[in-house]
Design a protein around this ligand. Structure first.
Ligand code: SF4
Length: 180
């Protein structure tokens, strides 16, 4: 049974997605922000000050974002429930840990979706090995470049299981939208 929770729980996170990423003023974000710096809309209580109005205030990019549980795992499991808001020295290490964990959780979420495909035995075996490796990497703080490359190569091979756009899915085959 997996020990990695992929459902985000903002209540157990130190608002890490509002800190770790950089963004540029665009139709997705209303201002520029450097990586590792708290967003100007983040309150001292760790809540977004424009949460309900994010899209109208130009922050559409925040609305659909999902860390797949990386935020609460970094905050709780890696930093013991502490927060950079109480100890500013934690700001950089927490932001860096979040970026690594977020990649692991995102790729693990895609792997879990890919597990719904009607994989041939050899691909099912590769899928299981990769899922194990990503579970372990997520626990240890994030996957290395080699493991990420291995996952991306595997995802490319899965295209043959997904029906072309407009053709509908073959009976009995799920059609994940997240296989890159
Ligand atoms: S606008 Fe709100 S949700 Fe988006 S990064 Fe800033 S504080 Fe976070």
């Amino acid at each position: 049974m997996s020990q990695i929770e992929l459902r985000a729980d903002c209540a157990r996170c130190a608002a890490l997605c509002c800190v770790a990423f950089h963004f540029e003023r665009s139709n997705q974000f209303g201002c520029d922000k450097a990586a590792g710096r708290p967003c100007g809309h983040l309150g001292r209580d760790g809540r977004c000050g424009i949460y309900r109005d994010r899209a109208d205030r130009g922050f559409r990019g925040c609305v659909g974002y999902d860390c797949h549980g990386a935020g609460q795992r970094v905050t709780q499991a890696l930093f013991g429930g502490r927060s950079w808001m109480d100890d500013p020295a934690l700001l950089a290490p927490m932001a860096e840990a979040f970026l690594r964990a977020e990649r692991a959780h995102r790729l693990l979420a895609i792997l879990r979706k890919a597990g719904n495909l009607d994989l041939a035995a050899e691909d099912r075996w590769r899928h299981a090995r990769l899922e194990e490796a990503f579970e372990a990497a997520a626990v240890e703080g994030g996957p290395g470049a080699a493991l990420e490359a291995q996952a991306r190569a595997f995802f490319r091979t899965l295209r043959r299981y997904v029906a072309p756009r407009g053709a509908g899915n073959a009976p009995g085959r799920a059609g994940p939208t997240a296989v890159p």
